[in-house]
Design a protein around this ligand. Structure first.
Ligand code: P6P
Length: 330
């Protein structure tokens, strides 16, 4: 009986077509998949597990740390710290870079991740997920934060895992975007979405309209112009879930700059960049509203960036709206 194509089999087959491929990403993605299954098991005990609720601490962003944030962060670190493939890791939950301890072998890559994107939704059973990105390390014996402050276009691999009733892992290494759905009966991620391409015509727009008073009037005008065009407004409040739906259905997600937050809310290094690599590989676009996300040079590990991402025509129309002359503030 054919169980379908497992993640491992697909990666091995992909490796054959990539000159010089060493199987490193196969090993890294397999370990990430295992970590994702462990985190998913905790998520699926929603409300019953000790890994739910708040820890009582706040992270470096001043956000309440969910028990699952901590659990997922250290699950991913423990799954990958011994592989001999990484020199260091960084995460939304850690202020500084985490060098691979001396007692483990180091490797030529660094991994940066958001262990639980959308964690504020954990206790209300809304889909959440992990977002990750892999770069080459300049000097594995001496990993630096500069290894993580690379333009997104230098990423070697990016992906996400959504913990939902049907967990899915989506990744790219620059040869298309591929999705794998977890078959819980065998505990394997099986190929379900090969070579994903975002529909060019968006049918959905995703934005938190409650924040519109804080936007540039041209942003308000753009979003108002989407109404009555036959599109649907869909906003889950979990970036990875909103992104994934728009990737499959065609749409645009916006978290624009705001009057008191000119860089918006979302993080460049471990949220915008991985998703921007994926969306471009799937035929879409990702922009700050003025600049291609993958061209932005990060200045710090946790910096934020305005994000507009999705169907290319919609992103282009948003950028055009922001080029219009600014209304004179009365
Ligand atoms: P708002 C979740 O906290 C998150 O970081 C993203 O997953 C999500 O897209 C965004 O914030 C939602 O923010 O301000 O609309 O609640």
């Amino acid at each position: 009986m054919d169980i379908g194509t497992t993640l491992t089999r697909f990666l091995i087959e992909q490796q054959r077509h990539l000159p010089g491929a060493t199987g490193t990403f196969t090993a890294l993605l397999e370990e990430i998949a295992i970590a994702a299954k462990i985190v998913g098991r905790e998520v699926n005990k929603a409300g019953l597990a000790k890994t739910m609720g708040l820890t009582g601490r706040t992270n470096i962003h001043g956000e309440a740390v969910q028990a699952l944030d901590d659990f997922a962060n250290w699950t991913i670190i423990r799954a990958l710290d011994h592989t001999g493939l990484l020199a260091a890791m960084a995460s939304e939950e850690m202020e500084e870079v985490f060098p691979i301890p001396e007692h483990h072998p180091r490797g030529p890559y660094v991994l940066v991740f958001d262990p639980v994107d959308g964690s504020s939704n954990i206790d209300v059973n809304v889909s959440i997920g992990t977002i990750f990105s892999i770069y080459r390390c300049a000097d594995p014996e001496h990993p630096q934060v500069s290894d993580f402050l690379r333009r997104g276009r230098e990423q070697l691999c990016a992906g996400y895992v959504i913990d939902s009733y049907s967990p899915i892992l989506v990744y790219t290494t620059g040869s298309g975007v591929h999705g794998f759905t977890l078959d819980p009966t065998i505990g394997e991620f099986l190929l379900s979405h090969e070579d994903l391409q975002i529909p060019t015509q968006a049918t959905i727009y995703s934005v938190n309209e409650a924040r519109s008073p804080t936007w540039d009037p041209r942003v308000r005008g753009y979003v108002d112009g989407l109404k009555g065009t036959g599109r649907s407004a869909r906003y889950i409040g979990s970036l990875v879930a909103d992104f994934h739906r728009n990737l499959l259905k065609g749409g645009i997600f916006l978290y624009p700059a705001e009057v008191r937050a000119p860089n918006g809310k979302l993080r460049l290094v471990y949220e915008a960049n991985p998703l921007a690599f994926i969306i471009e590989q799937a035929g879409g676009s990702a922009s700050t509203g003025h600049t291609r996300i993958l061209d932005v040079r990060p200045e710090s590990l946790h910096e934020r960036v305005p994000l507009v991402i999705g169907s290319p025509q919609d992103v282009a129309e948003f950028e055009a709206a922001l080029r219009a002359p600014q209304e004179q503030q009365v």
